[in-house]
Design a protein around this ligand. Structure first.
Ligand code: PMP
Length: 415
């Protein structure tokens, strides 16, 4: 096998960063863990685990009540976390950052609040073939309720959005274009800035599913000129159960609440209820305070890392994978996007993806197999699923070598 050196991996000290992640220090099934399922969820550095534990140890109280010192501390940390997210995605204000459980809830919020009030019969929502089910099903639900229609934007064999087909689909009946910034199944980086300009030219809004993009430091909601942007903390080296919806202020102001309850109101009476200002209008009930603080700790951790160098390192691991794949007969990469993050999605002739996944797991190598919540995309490629190795900043050339040792073993065993 070719070594990392002969492939000229850029200097990026993944080995050093690896030490920050306690979970990576263990053996799984008798082998040192090789974790290559980062597109599903990333591992958490010690500083994130500590931030959450310390919040519960020292500051735990409900927020925005202001009745005592702990509540003041919890509120300050919680709102500082919102400021941290706002800065990370370059939001003009923190009030445009709405806490949600993750990307799925963010998209559902927009679908049910904006969609139900803005969509009607004859309207169209364009959704690409690359989308995760989280960016398809909410639109199907809201279109079924409003009489609008979901229309699929075709892709090319490379796994890139077919921009010419998009041009043809765009007309004044399109009210929203919903696309991911980065595909979780293929790694495609979509030209969301161009898509936003095209959507705006016909008066449509654009929602960007940023679940896979945020960890690569490529989110600048102002530069992208999008209308909504959704992220999940757990894909960003932060905790599960927390994420953010960013929205254009004028749109968020005009949108009705999504969930009703405490926190999101100004006054409640049986004669009628008035609602709180942004962002609280969309944050019914006690929020996930600890994990918001954990997410801010993850972003603070990432602030100390050159994320574009990390992304280049992950792409180099993809390049190494593609090189090593040439030595495996019957291995076919699915998609070959114009621009991609470090995601290697493939099928292997004569070996079912789940069998390969199981065999790799026995060797301590964690990959994802299956449809990756992108069944329309799998249908497009006429495969039931793929094997996906998704690289993060703590993965190394040795991890890729271990993956390929496992693949060769599977070939020997199953063929
Ligand atoms: N969109 C994409 C592109 C994703 O990769 C994921 C997670 N796999 C989601 C949406 C859903 O994110 P979550 O489960 O955090 O809500």
């Amino acid at each position: 096998m070719r070594s990392a050196e002969s492939l000229k991996l850029p200097a990026f000290d993944a080995e050093r960063l690896r030490a920050d992640f306690p979970i990576l220090q263990q053996e799984v099934n008798g082998h040192p863990l090789v974790y290559l399922d980062n597109a599903a969820t990333t591992q958490k550095p010690e500083v994130v685990i500590e931030a959450i534990a310390n919040y519960y140890r020292r500051d735990n109280a409900n927020v925005h009540r202001g009745a005592h010192a702990l509540s003041d501390r919890a509120t300050a940390a919680f709102e500082r976390a919102r400021d941290t997210v706002a800065r990370f995605i370059n939001s003009p204000t923190a009030r445009q950052v709405i806490w949600v459980r993750g990307t799925t809830e963010a998209i559902n919020l927009v679908a049910h609040s904006w969609g139900r009030s803005e969509l009607g019969p004859g309207d169209k929502v364009l959704v690409s073939y690359l989308e995760h089910h989280s960016d398809i099903v909410p639109w199907q639900l809201v279109c079924a309720a409003t009489g609008a229609e979901v229309v699929a934007i075709p892709i090319l064999e490379s796994g890139d959005i077919d921009m010419a087909a998009l041009d043809e689909l765009l007309d004044e009946r399109v009210k929203l274009v919903a696309v991911n910034h980065v595909s979780n199944a293929l790694g495609t980086v979509n030209p969301v800035k161009d898509i936003a300009a095209k959507a705006h030219a016909v008066g449509a809004k654009i929602l960007v599913d940023g679940a896979q993009a945020a960890a690569h430091g490529m989110v600048d909601v102002q530069a992208l000129d999008c209308d909504f942007y959704a992220i999940s903390g757990h894909k960003l080296y932060g905790p599960t159960g927390i994420g953010a919806l960013w929205g254009r202020e004028t749109l968020l102001e005009a949108m009705p609440p999504f969930l009703g309850g405490g926190e999101m109101i100004e006054t409640v009476s049986f004669a009628g209820t008035t609602f709180n200002t942004l962002p609280f209008k969309f944050e019914a009930g006690t929020p996930n305070i600890a994990d918001a603080i954990g997410l801010a700790a993850a972003i603070d951790y990432l602030d100390g890392i050159d994320l574009s160098a990390a992304a280049a390192h992950e792409r180099a691991l993809l390049a190494q994978s593609l090189e090593l794949a040439k030595q495996v007969e019957g291995l076919r990469r699915i998609g070959a996007p114009n621009e991609a993050v470090g995601i290697f999605s493939f099928v292997l002739d004569g070996v079912h993806p789940s069998d390969l996944g199981m065999l790799l797991d026995q060797q301590g190598i964690a990959v994802r197999t299956g449809h990756h919540c992108t069944q329309p995309l799998m249908d497009y490629y006429q495969v039931p699923g793929t094997v996906r190795a998704s690289y993060a900043l703590y993965n190394t050339a040795q991890d890729v070598e271990r993956l390929f040792e496992g693949i060769h073993k599977a070939v020997r065993l199953f063929r």
